[in-house]
Write a protein that binds this ligand. Structure first.
Ligand code: SF4
Ligand code: SF4
Ligand code: SF4
Length: 354
């Protein structure tokens, strides 16, 4: 039974009766399942809150993810066949993992989910995308492998794999008029993904306007800033105070941090419950959210191009400013001189004559 069309982008319109929504989550791209594992740590919202109906206004949500499902075998796969026949509407299709190019693999396949009951052959991941994407209300790529190809798509790989938008087309739209939604990260930051899913579920309920995406199809409010702009160590950078090894609390740019040119909110948001966030806790940013990852960021431990010039320039300014601030800091670290016992008032107070 088909649901009525959903009024995307018209939040002032009266909300339709909230449908039940299914999330069909393919982890069978070229992947390590790390994104599914990651989202189990989400708290804003948690996956439990979404599935158990703890969030007001959301439709009832059914999740079909092979890593998290209680069902196995045919009991698990039946939802996929129902969706293919148009009997599981509306549904959101989530893709995790890089999309292999099966056209270069005549002798077999790279990735698959389930078995074709007629031929007995595996159903390839590409075939599932071809079957289900046209019927999905929204399609979400979860993690950098699914969004842009990621590690599996690096130069020299034998699979010819790619991101979902490379496969379906960057101008692809769902039947409800939504573009592909990309939530990159290797793995995806748990709350970034769950917050995006929450937004889409509100959109399905007619309670949110069109999701704002940038030209790489990322949610703008999550990926509009650089790592550097949210980094706990940015003060050290500004003062030209750089770490020479990994046992330092100072800025990591000279030992390989790409934070100044990478779109990611992890230093602001942390990893789990606000804790962590790569450079905040001593890890260089290797650009894992970026379309150019990993090739354009390798070798990882080297000083990024441009870092020598920017660090050298900021070093001159920062060293001078740091010295001046040290003098001021020394001054303001002492109490004013009039705070002492004695018979004479030395505060400069002058009583008014009445
Ligand atoms: Fe694994 Fe990273 Fe790919 Fe996600 S993006 S499937 S965590 S390699
Ligand atoms: Fe910027 Fe990286 Fe230094 Fe943080 S550690 S201030 S992100 S260069
Ligand atoms: Fe990836 Fe850098 Fe963000 Fe860490 S800070 S998650 S390495 S992009």
């Amino acid at each position: 039974m088909s649901a009525a069309p959903i009024p995307y982008g018209r939040s002032t319109q009266k909300a339709p009766a909230t449908p039940e929504v299914h999330i069909l989550w393919i982890t069978a791209g070229l992947s390590c399942d790390g994104d599914t594992v990651s989202i189990t740590a989400a708290t804003q919202p948690s996956i439990e809150d979404v599935l158990l109906g703890a969030i007001p206004g959301l439709p009832k949500v059914h999740l079909h993810n092979p890593v998290l499902a209680y069902e196995v075998g045919d009991d698990f796969m039946k939802h996929w066949y129902e969706a293919e026949k148009g009997r599981l509407e509306p549904f959101v299709l989530v893709i995790e993992g890089s999309i292999p190019n099966e056209k270069i693999k005549k002798e077999g396949y790279w990735a698959a989910l389930g078995t074709n009951p007629t031929s007995g052959q595996p159903i390839t991941t590409c075939e599932w995308i071809d079957r289900l994407a046209p019927k999905a209300t929204a399609v979400v790529a979860c993690g950098t492998c699914a969004t842009y190809g990621g590690i599996h798509a690096m130069q020299g790989n034998p699979t010819g794999c790619m991101g979902l938008a490379d496969y379906l087309g960057w101008n692809w739209k769902s039947k409800a008029g939504l573009p592909i939604v990309n939530v990159p990260g290797c793995p995806v930051q748990p709350d970034n993904f769950m917050e995006t899913l929450l937004y889409l579920l509100y959109q399905l309920a007619g309670l949110a306007p069109m999701i704002p995406l940038d030209d790489q199809l990322r949610p703008k409010w999550l990926f509009g800033f650089t790592v550097h702009e949210g980094c706990d160590r940015a003060g050290y950078y500004e003062q030209g105070d750089f770490a020479e090894d990994y046992n330092s609390e100072k800025c990591l740019v000279k030992i390989g941090c790409w934070g100044p040119v990478v779109n990611c909110n992890v230093p602001k948001r942390g990893w789990m419950a606000g804790i962590g966030g790569c450079p905040n806790v001593g890890g260089i940013c290797i650009g894992c959210t970026m379309p150019g990852f990993p090739d354009k960021f390798m070798p990882f431990m080297d000083e990024p191009p441009g870092a020598r010039i920017s660090a050298g320039t900021i070093g001159v300014y920062g060293t001078a400013i740091r010295s001046l601030r040290a003098i001021t800091n020394h001054t303001v670290n002492k109490e004013p001189k009039w705070r002492h016992p004695g018979r004479k008032l030395t505060t400069g107070y002058h009583p008014q004559a009445f």
